[in-house]
Design a protein around this ligand. Structure first.
Ligand code: NAG
Ligand code: NAG
Ligand code: NAG
Ligand code: NAG
Ligand code: NAG
Ligand code: NAG
Ligand code: NAG
Ligand code: NAG
Length: 412
């Protein structure tokens, strides 16, 4: 009997030593064991609850958002200063009115597989050193999940996501699982190695917007980002590789500004929009047809008068290091067919196979020659200040004519 107890104790400590203890956090009362509570400035009678890891021994924690004995008056939860957090968003029958959660200053964050995920309306992630994998259905709306036995159904579903200073490994397919009625999506200073096929799909309410800025994006697989909404802004980012349709969407205002892109594959940016702004970017390698799926399109099937509706394609101040033939054209035929302003000015093409067709020597069969000629004439018009360097470059085994290659940089 005594022996048995001793070996049981030995086994207990042995297990404790081998796998670092993960403490599952539960709430007992305010100002105890890491929890603090303050009155919510948003709703009277409610409380903003904060849990701080550094107050408790052991910083390696498990947190079950819908089962940590939260007080019934909880308005928000902030969890911060932790080394490692395993998070479970599995729904419960509990009716806890959490409106937003914030995760801040966390070394590593990991999601425990949920049976049915329940995300609160707003989630904020700030200064998270590592999220190795963002699995399928991490961000899902519980209303859209078909089978959810025993889950409490909230009045307000997930609609806002903000990430600042966050470092991801892989964002898996369906991680942002066809979210609708979104009001806000924001990425600032986010690093991510890979965004898998169809990983992020979001539809916004009228006035809702998405933005990705000051971030480092690695490889974006096809359909990686799918947005439908009033605005999408992609600004001040470094991007390694954009696959076909990796930025796909219908947006009223589409802004792709001040980015550095290493490789832009054919049809990489597939966006229907009323106003497109592609300005101040540095493109290292641009494949043929990279912008051909940027077309005029309408977000709202409006009753607006087409006679006065105007589409804008504004493409200025971009630098191309290497661009294949047909690499710089948007869907110019479509722009020709609607009332539009196509502005293509002050771009620099350091090495361009496009030169072949600019000079009319070789014209694509099947393409509308007049439209193409107009587009090329516009590029070459001196008042548009595009800077074209007719350096030779290889595209599909065709070298541009010798007499061009001997020409020095030409400024029109
Ligand atoms: C947690 O630690 C911070 C600073 O170390 C302190 O201000 C706060 O009162 C502590 N809270 C609790 C509940 O112990
Ligand atoms: C960010 O979080 C890490 C990990 O918790 C922490 O060491 C670091 O001090 C935080 N940085 C800032 C600026 O808060
Ligand atoms: C961006 O995030 C990294 C951590 O991923 C951090 O070290 C850096 O200070 C952040 N930069 C800014 C400008 O906040
Ligand atoms: C995505 O959500 C929209 C709107 O709720 C719905 O109409 C559509 O069928 C969904 N698509 C998929 C693939 O689940
Ligand atoms: C464009 O990006 C550079 C760094 O890549 C930055 O220094 C500059 O402020 C940005 N410009 C704007 C208008 O945001
Ligand atoms: C975006 O993807 C959808 C499929 O979900 C596809 O039907 C559509 O053509 C793509 N958009 C563009 C502009 O290519
Ligand atoms: C075209 O873009 C240039 C540079 O941004 C701008 O100065 C000019 O006003 C634009 N032209 C029109 C007609 O919008
Ligand atoms: C080419 O475009 C012009 C002007 O938009 C149009 O009149 C003509 O029919 C088009 N030709 C073909 C072959 O599509």
């Amino acid at each position: 009997m005594y022996i048995h107890l001793e070996s049981a104790l030995f086994l207990y400590f042995f297990v404790q030593l081998c796998s670092p203890a993960q403490v599952r956090i539960t709430f007992e009362k305010c100002d105890l064991k890491g929890f603090t509570c303050v009155a919510s400035p948003e709703v009277s009678g409610r409380h903003d609850i904060t849990f701080q890891c550094t107050n408790v021994t052991g910083q390696d924690i498990q947190f079950y958002l819908w089962a940590f004995s939260a007080p019934g008056t909880i308005q928000s939860l902030t969890l911060h200063n932790c080394e490692k957090v395993q998070l479970s968003l599995t729904c419960s029958g509990d009716n806890r009115p959490i409106q937003w959660v914030k995760f801040k200053n966390i070394g590593s964050l990991e999601w425990l597989p949920p049976n049915v995920p329940h995300n609160p309306p707003k989630m904020i992630f700030e200064n998270i050193s590592r999220i190795e994998i963002l699995p399928r259905q991490t961000f899902a709306q519980i209303k859209k999940i078909f089978y959810k036995p025993g889950c409490y159904l909230p009045a307000f579903d997930l609609n806002a996501l903000e990430f600042r200073n966050v470092n991801f490994g892989t964002i898996e397919s369906g991680a942002f699982d066809n979210l609708s009625d979104m009001t806000n999506f924001e990425w600032t200073n986010v690093t991510v190695s890979r965004i898998a096929y169809a990983a992020m799909k979001m539809q916004f309410v009228q006035g809702g917007k998405g933005s990705i800025s000051n971030s480092n994006l690695g490889v974006l697989e096809p359909m990686a980002l799918q947005f439908v909404g009033d605005g999408l802004s992609i600004k001040n980012n470094k991007i390694e590789d954009l696959s076909p349709s990796s930025i796909n969407g219908t947006v009223y205002d589409f802004e792709f500004v001040n980015n550095t892109v290493d490789n832009l594959q054919s049809s990489a940016i597939a966006v229907l929009s009323q106003n497109t702004y592609i300005n101040n970017n540095h493109f290292r390698n641009v494949e043929s047809g990279a912008f051909k799926k940027v077309s005029p399109g309408l977000l709202h099937d409006s009753q607006r008068n087409f006679g006065t509706l105007y589409f804008v394609y504004d493409f200025n101040n971009n630098l191309f290091e290497h661009v294949e033939d047909k690499g710089i054209r948007p869907d110019i035929e479509a722009y020709k067919n609607v009332a539009s302003l196509v502005n293509f000015t002050e771009n620099t093409l350091q090495c361009s196979c496009e030169t072949i067709s600019w000079l009319g020597a070789e014209v694509d069969l099947g393409f509308n020659y007049t439209v193409l000629k107009d587009f090329n004439t516009m590029i070459l018009d001196p008042k548009n200040k595009n800077n074209c360097n007719f350096n030779p470059c290889m595209c599909f085994g065709v070298r541009s004519p010798n007499k061009r290659s001997s020409a020095t940089a030409a400024v029109f």
